[in-house]
Design a protein around this ligand. Structure first.
Ligand code: NAI
Ligand code: BUO
Length: 285
């Protein structure tokens, strides 16, 4: 809904003040990043890169064993790390996660809403429980993460807060058998835009990364489920998707981490509301 010009000018001035205040970063303060789904896959790759960039990292995951193993590896590498076992679909867990980060490291600068699940099913077979499960994790989880992160970032009056959401090429394009997964990622792109508009006045940017085809355990499960529904041989669905990549190889966690590192850094301070594709050349927007 368009507001009147006077409100627009007041809003712009207030947003401008917020960004000026936020830009007064403390150069000697270690920045702190939370990464959900950080125990494995892309989240672990992102956390590894942010730790190498010098940030203290707080890894959250629903899988306690993987979380403990990843924490051990980060400690062995000498990184400042904390962990939190939680379920992103629970609002109270997302709030407790942010509280844990602040308790451990005193502040929150970057919140990566990375955790997400896949679902492979023809639309005709999707039932209420299927819808509930994936929307709770991929959509409610991202919203609760943004709410918890923004509440803490607003309390800090130095540095730009950065919220970074896991979207996908599936947030720009829709694929057979992945209909509900794609729908959740389209919602993540929409939430990213709205949050960018609502949080700019508080000196918080909100962006999303949109990977293509990365050979994590998520794709192992997608490939197996595609075999079930489409009769493809093991590995065939993955190969078919990969065949469309212009740069000739599937994605590594490091490729995704490169983009997230940029979105977490001051180099991206003038970017907000964007869902940026990193897919080796598959989807063009
Ligand atoms: N692998 C790919 O090709 C692509 C992945 N993505 C997105 O990137 C994100 C990460 O994907 P992957 O690393 O491939 O997945 P993955 O399945 O390999 O790893 C996901 C991690 O999230 C954790 N997790 C799952 N549900 C959780 C919950 N409710 N609360 C907290 N943690 C939870 C898992 O335990 C696991 O450690 C997801 O949002 C996914 O949709 C987007 C595009 C492509
Ligand atoms: C897993 C994913 O995000 C796809 C197939 O785009």
């Amino acid at each position: 809904m368009p507001s009147n010009p006077t409100q627009d000018q007041a809003g712009t001035r207030s947003a401008h003040r917020a960004v000026q205040r936020a830009a007064r970063a403390q150069p000697d303060t270690q920045r702190v990043a939370v990464i959900t789904g950080g125990a494995a896959g892309l989240g672990k790759g992102i956390a590894t890169r942010l730790a190498a960039d010098g940030l203290a990292v707080v890894l959250s995951d629903i899988d306690a064993d993987k979380l403990a193993a990843t924490r051990k590896a980060f400690e062995a590498a000498g990184h400042a790390v904390e962990t939190f076992q939680g379920d992103v679909s629970k609002r109270e867990d997302q709030q407790a996660l942010v509280a844990k980060a602040v308790e451990a490291f005193g502040r929150l600068d970057v919140f990566v809403n990375n955790a997400g699940i896949e679902q492979v099913k023809p639309l005709d077979e999707v039932g209420p429980d299927d819808l509930d499960r994936i929307f709770r994790i991929n959509v409610h989880g991202v919203l609760y993460g943004m709410q918890a992160a923004a509440a803490q970032m607003r309390k800090q009056d130095d540095g730009i807060g950065k919220i970074i959401n896991a979207c996908s090429i599936a947030g720009h394009e829709s694929y057979e058998m992945l209909g509900i997964y794609c729908a959740t990622k389209h919602v993540v792109r929409s939430l990213t835009q709205t949050a960018a508009k609502e949080y700019a006045r508080d000196g918080i940017t909100v962006n999303a990364y949109c990977p293509g085809v990365a050979g994590t355990s998520m794709w192992d499960r997608i490939d197996a489920a595609m075999s079930h529904y489409l009769g493809t041989a093991p590995g065939e669905a993955f190969e078919k998707f990969a065949a469309g990549i212009l740069l000739g190889r599937t994605q590594e966690p490091e490729d995704v981490a490169n983009l997230v590192s940029f979105l977490a850094s001051p180099d991206s301070d003038y970017i907000t509301g964007q869902a940026i594709i990193t897919d080796g050349g598959m989807v063009f927007r």
